[in-house]
Design a protein around this ligand. Structure first.
Ligand code: NAP
Length: 331
């Protein structure tokens, strides 16, 4: 049956529903579609994030294998979506507002009031980088303000950039940025780093990195669509000063999009969904998690796609093993 001939999403029981439309969700959809499971993918905006995930906020993606000349983030996502659709993925574009995974049939409610039932659920709702929430940050996001040095560092050749944060990510990204930037200023709100000793030592040894202690960014200023300076506030004295720079990178942690599963699915201390490694199974049978919502370490498009593939295979095996117990569609 072609996708267009299929009943409305709330008029049948699905074998697989995927929530999330980034590389993890689209890969899970592609694999389950090719396994003839006719997946439904819900690509609603998740907690203020974009449909298509964080890749749609980036420009050139030069580290996704298979594209020697690079590819624009939104185009890569559109290609993945088209590929999933080609093999029979059905799409619903709206938010999921509630989830009930207490029984063998999982039920999702959407913003428009659809009730969608499924025998297995793949969660690929992603994580969003924590932001500073200061004036100028949103306006200059993607035009000098970034939360991904790996993605955007290349565009700051011979420029002076700032990285905010004192954790391992900030050190790692500061060191990475020195490959391109003429100078990297690490701005940290305290007088000591949170990062591991080995990462601190590497950063301290790097001549291109300077540290600005006890300082927080109060405003981001731009000119001609690029960052030109920051207003820094001393966290001890409260004094403010202008700080000239040409780029601002944030490494102040990520927030996984898991609020739909509060109190239902097990999470780690940082809020990421826990899975039974090496599988993608959560603590609820038939519910799988992939991509940034369960990965606080790698957070790359290619690693998200990889876990999406694993989740699809896990869901397929789960359905095969539970064939006898599969709730029948009463409609
Ligand atoms: P993190 O360890 O939570 O560090 C976040 C940093 O951002 C902290 O220094 C924090 O300051 C600062 N921060 C948070 N909110 C802020 C705000 N609103 N304004 C200014 N600064 C703010 O996060 P992470 O560095 O992303 O690391 C996450 C986990 O991944 C950690 O367990 C880390 O060890 C691991 N990781 C490991 C590696 C590695 O081993 N190579 C690389 C990356 C990440 P405070 O210190 O004052 O709280």
């Amino acid at each position: 049956m072609s996708v267009t001939d299929r009943p409305a999403p709330d008029a049948r029981i699905h074998d697989v529903v995927v929530i999330g439309s980034g590389p993890a969700g689209l890969t899970a959809a592609l694999y389950t579609a090719r396994a003839a499971l006719e997946p439904l993918l819900i690509e609603g905006v998740v907690d203020g994030g974009p449909t298509g995930g964080q890749l749609t906020l980036t420009t050139d993606v030069e580290n996704f294998p298979g594209f020697p000349e690079g590819i624009m983030g939104p185009e890569l996502i559109m290609n993945m979506r088209a590929q999933a659709e080609r093999f029979g993925t059905q799409f619903v574009t709206e938010d999921v507002t509630a989830v009930d995974v207490s029984g063998p049939l999982k039920t999702l409610t959407t913003a428009s009031g659809l009730t969608i039932s499924t025998r297995s659920l793949i969660i690929a709702t992603g994580a969003k980088p924590r932001r500073l929430d200061v004036p100028g940050e949103t306006e200059l996001w993607g035009s000098g303000v970034s939360a991904c040095a790996t993605c955007d560092g290349f565009f700051f050749k011979d420029k002076h950039v700032v990285i905010v944060g004192g954790g391992d990510s900030a050190m790692e990204e500061a060191i990475f940025l020195t490959k391109f930037a003429s100078k990297v200023s690490v701005i940290h709100r305290r007088g000591e780093l949170r990062a591991s000793k080995i990462m601190q030592d590497r950063a301290f040894k790097n001549d291109k990195i300077e540290f600005v202690w006890n300082a927080e960014v109060a405003e981001v200023h731009g000119a001609d669509g690029a960052v030109s300076s920051l207003l820094l506030r001393d966290t001890v004295s409260g004094e403010t000063r202008d700080f000239a720079c040409e780029g601002l990178f944030l490494a102040i942690g990520h927030i996984p999009n898991t609020w739909l599963f509060d109190g239902v699915l097990d999470r780690d201390d940082e809020g990421y969904l826990l899975v039974e490694q090496p599988s993608t199974a959560t603590n609820v049978p038939g519910v799988f998690a992939c991509g940034d919502v369960m990965d606080q370490v790698y957070r790359q498009a290619i690693t998200a796609a990889g876990t999406g593939c694993r989740a699809a295979i896990d869901a397929e095996r789960f359905l095969a093993e539970h064939t006898d117990a599969r709730p029948e569609d009463p409609r």
